[in-house]
Design a protein around this ligand. Structure first.
Ligand code: SF4
Length: 274
């Protein structure tokens, strides 16, 4: 059974929350608000997961490198043939550059990405006997792997909690008043203090899912948003439920609109990633 979301705030209570957050809410108040938002996100996205397809840590590392400036959907179209052609780190190390570039061309920036993949394969073979390491310190020393990618790999391939801060994650948590920090490492630390460590990987999925489906950069679907009662940015997008419903994207649209009290009739958004 679907648990209904909290009702939309009226204009006055939305303004009060925005003012309180802008003035610097108490740490207890923020922790409670974040807790309510996390529970709402968990109810909205019970199946939230890494949207890149993979079956090994190396495959996830490769897919994450390819996902730079590219949708996960496009990456998932490319990787089956890629993973079949290059099953091991040594295969990437020895790859014919032209052939590799051709396979990954649809993901964009294919020359730089090919350099990263060949370098990654060589480094994993030389430094780690062909096995991708499972620590942040070792991962970030590998070609093509920064802190964000390392946390994706740790959280999703090794089951080690990690917060994945990309530009979308930073934009959303600042919009929600979870932190004012701009620097990704500081954002990661601030959110890490607000969220229990066991939830770090899932919070990354929840935030990314909500950003892709509801809380869009330019026109968020505030009028059907499950976080509305706790969001200081409520009203950034349309607050009228019917208008907002048309902005919801992705396969969970019907479920999200049901949570907002709208029937299945208004559920067909354009779908896909932002
Ligand atoms: S959609 Fe609107 S109410 Fe929901 S989280 Fe985004 S800005 Fe806040």
């Amino acid at each position: 059974m679907t648990t209904p979301a909290r009702p939309l705030p009226d204009r006055r209570s939305a303004a009060k929350l925005a003012a309180r957050v802008a003035a610097g809410e108490s740490s207890l108040g923020r922790a409670r608000r974040v807790g309510r938002m996390l529970r709402a996100l968990a109810a909205a996205y019970p199946d939230a997961h890494c949207e890149l397809d993979f079956s090994t840590p190396l495959e996830l590392a490769v897919a994450t490198i390819l996902s730079a400036q590219c949708t996960d959907k496009r990456v998932n179209e490319v990787t089956p043939a890629l993973f079949a052609r290059y099953p091991t780190a040594l295969d990437y190390a020895k790859a014919d550059r032209a052939e590799l570039e051709e396979l990954i061309r649809p993901t964009g920036f294919f020359r730089n990405k090919a350099t990263s993949l060949i370098g990654l394969g060589a480094a994993v073979v030389e430094r780690h006997d062909g096995v991708l390491p499972a620590t942040l310190d070792e991962l970030v020393k590998l070609p093509g792997i920064g802190r964000k990618t390392a946390n994706v790999i740790l959280g999703n391939a090794f089951g080690i909690p990690g917060i994945t801060v990309d530009t979308h994650f930073g934009r959303l948590v600042r919009r929600w008043g979870w932190t004012d920090e701009q620097d990704p490492v500081k954002v990661e630390q601030a959110v890490g203090e607000l969220v229990p460590k066991r939830d770090w990987t899932m919070v990354s999925h929840y935030v990314i899912f909500h950003g892709r489906r509801v809380c869009h950069a330019r026109k968020p679907a505030c009028g059907v948003c499950t976080l509305a009662a706790d969001c200081p940015a409520f009203g950034t997008g349309p607050t009228d439920p019917e208008q907002a419903a048309a902005l919801v994207k992705g396969p969970e649209a019907a479920h999200l609109l049901a949570l907002a009290g709208l029937g299945a009739a208004a559920t067909e958004g354009p779908g896909g990633e932002e």
